[in-house]
Design a protein around this ligand. Structure first.
Ligand code: ADP
Ligand code: MG
Length: 317
């Protein structure tokens, strides 16, 4: 028997929201910001057929919808606290809902972020999450703080999520293990929340890599009024079997990685290296900030190139 909207919310989305003064069930949730903190607020929508392939398993969707929002908190150096969920569902499918809730709360519990409300409607499948975090007053990591002379750092490795997209579109064929590895990166990204928090007071700017390394660094360059010069030799490569030119393209311009890329003064180099250990993620120095504008790449052949295909833009592709 099909369940109604209220029963659906009660059964799958009502949990104790320890962080909130008042959680799900009233006309609005109530939260109390902590003393000395500013609120950091972000939202991300995932539409079936646009941001994920039809038929993607619900557990992955629940995970990823929250992961991409947590990644925005990480990129601001914020502590994630609360989120709302706006779900548009073509039908009430309880197997789908329980898988989705499982993926969602697995990540929510890990980072201590509470679901405090939302909206449920019927229509083409779409998942929209708004997240609210806290950051000590004036200490958020913005895109605009990079300074000439800073180092440029990248967490983890980029490229594999974009290969999963190409593989699912039937553009490339890869072996089973490689396919699983890439699918894991695309469907269940690890938001770098702990790293983001640890970078407060160290990084001068930060962004999460959602559109592609070059495109997202381009946002830092523009907001900070600097040039970013990447050293291609230093950029870590994922263990993928594809030909070299495709690998470079995936690493530099593929999206959906949700790694952090940030700038920090050269005087903080050893501190950043130590952070890699405490935050449990590899950190690689991939370039320098200089006077100028845009992103340039010191390529393998020793030439500086201004890459043309930067990344993904919903309205340009
Ligand atoms: P209203 O009519 O005031 O918009 P709703 O009937 O839409 O209220 O929602 C009732 C309660 O359930 C509200 O507290 C709302 O925040 C919550 N809620 C609705 N949909 C969701 C959802 N998908 N996830 C979490 N909470 C939800
Ligand atoms: Mg409503």
């Amino acid at each position: 028997m099909a369940i109604g909207e209220f029963e659906l919310i009660r059964r799958y989305f009502t949990r104790s929201s320890a962080n909130a003064v008042l959680g799900i069930g009233d006309d609005a949730a109530l939260v109390a910001p902590s003393a000395g903190m500013q609120l950091a607020i972000a939202a991300d929508t995932m539409v079936e057929g646009r941001h994920f392939f039809p038929g993607t398993d619900p557990h992955s969707l629940g995970w990823k919808a929250l992961a991409v929002n947590l990644s925005d908190m990480a990129a601001m150096g914020a502590d994630p606290r609360w989120f709302t969920l706006c779900l548009t569902l073509p039908s009430v499918d309880e197997r789908w809902l329980s898988g989705f809730a499982e993926g969602l709360f697995a990540l929510a519990d890990r980072f201590g972020v509470s679901l405090i409300g939302g909206d449920t409607t019927s229509g083409p499948l779409s998942i929209s999450i708004q997240i609210i975090g806290e950051v000590p007053v004036g200490r958020a990591l913005r895109r605009s703080g990079a300074q000439a002379g800073d180092d440029v750092w990248l967490s983890g490795v980029t490229g594999a999520a974009a290969l999963a997209v190409r593989q699912r579109m039937g553009e490339v064929v890869v072996g089973d293990l490689e396919r699983e590895f890439c699918a894991g990166k695309l469907d269940r990204p690890e938001p770098r929340v702990v790293l983001g928090q640890a970078l407060r007071g160290i990084a001068t700017s930060a962004i999460d890599v959602s559109d592609g390394l070059l495109a997202d660094l381009g946002h830092i360059a523009k907001a900070s009024g600097v040039q970013i010069l990447l050293d291609q030799w230093a950029i870590p490569l994922p263990p993928l079997s594809v030909r070299a030119e495709l690998l470079d393209e995936l690493v530099l311009s593929g999206g959906d990685d949700y790694e952090l890329v940030f700038t920090a003064p050269a005087s903080r180099r050893t501190l950043v290296e130590d952070l890699a250990l405490s935050a449990g993620v590899s950190l690689t120095r991939i370039g320098m900030v200089e006077a100028g504008n845009g992103v340039a790449l010191f390529g393998r052949d020793g030439h500086i190139v201004q890459p043309h295909k930067a990344g993904f833009d919903h309205f340009l592709n």
